[in-house]
Design a protein around this ligand. Sequence first.
Ligand code: CA
Length: 376
Amino acid sequence: MSIRKRLVSSIFICALTFLVVPIAAQAENPLRFIVAGQNLPTLKQHVTDRGGSISHELKYHQAFIAHLAPAAAANLKNQFGTNVLIEEDREVIAFGKPGSGDPAQPPQTEPWGISAIHAVESRAVNRGAGVTVCVVDTGVQPDHPDLAANIAGGENFVFKKGTINPSAWADDNGHGTHVSGTIAALDNTIGVVGVAPEAKIFATKVLNSRGSGYLSDVAEGIRSCLAHGASVANMSLGWSGYSQLVHDAVIEAKNAGMVLVAAAGNESTDVSNSYPAAYPEVIAVSAVDSNGAFAYFSNFGTKIAFAAPGVSVLSTVKGSSYATYSGTSMASPHVAGVAALMISSGSLGFIADDIGLPATQQGAGRINALNTALNR
Ligand code: CA
């Protein structure tokens, strides 16, 4: 190292030391944590004793959300050990991006993905009647003309203006309505058709108008799906890193017989760290285009169960409109719709077509609605 460089480094270290001392004397910036345990009043007291603040309690979990310095959270965790669950309430994002929109009610067309997975032919076999698919997302437009008859209800978990209004589950983004249309848009004279046009949609709103939310909301949303009798859950969203709270909700839903489907993620990386798709109980779905080619953005890996259409997918959006979106968010609901056909028809399991991609891209293949519905 030259003298000049060493001098620069020394100055830098001195300056840094000078800067660090007063900052270290202050508290760290608080982060958002989930605190779950048996005695919430006591835990809340411990949080406030450590300089934290309480946000709100969860409905389907014995837990609350707190803002707390990471060191204080670690200290709390050490004190209570396995008797409490404390994890950072990390951000969750939607895995789909909007393209063009159309506000008119056009004559009904078959989106390419519906044709590609043979969901046009499967209508003669089964339409998903009697099955409720839970859409864990940004909500759904309840009165969309191409969806309304199939909307069974919803529940909101997004904290807004100091409260959570359970009935505010209408979609203020568009993403959840798009996902819902791929699953169960009506077979009428307008717009599009879903994979299971007679299945019911229950919308748990866990993502806000910008398409983002928190782990705690997803865990709540899954338990709400279960409480409202859904037999399929679609999760076109995700985050990096394991969450115990969400995994516990996933396991409970799976043990109750629910089929859980999730988008693999759009980071063009291995799905193994993209949750909820990475949970062993969840069906991870990658995206392909209309030529059967693997989508450049799609995550991949040995955890992929199936591929499904996820590029330039036409479906319903808020504002009684239609738009093309791309993302693994669009692929997942094709499989969730097929899950509804599978359950409604008493089929023995999913059937997919080998479209010639590596197993790490297509899993067992591109999902096939007709053959799944016929598999009795
Ligand atoms: Ca329609």
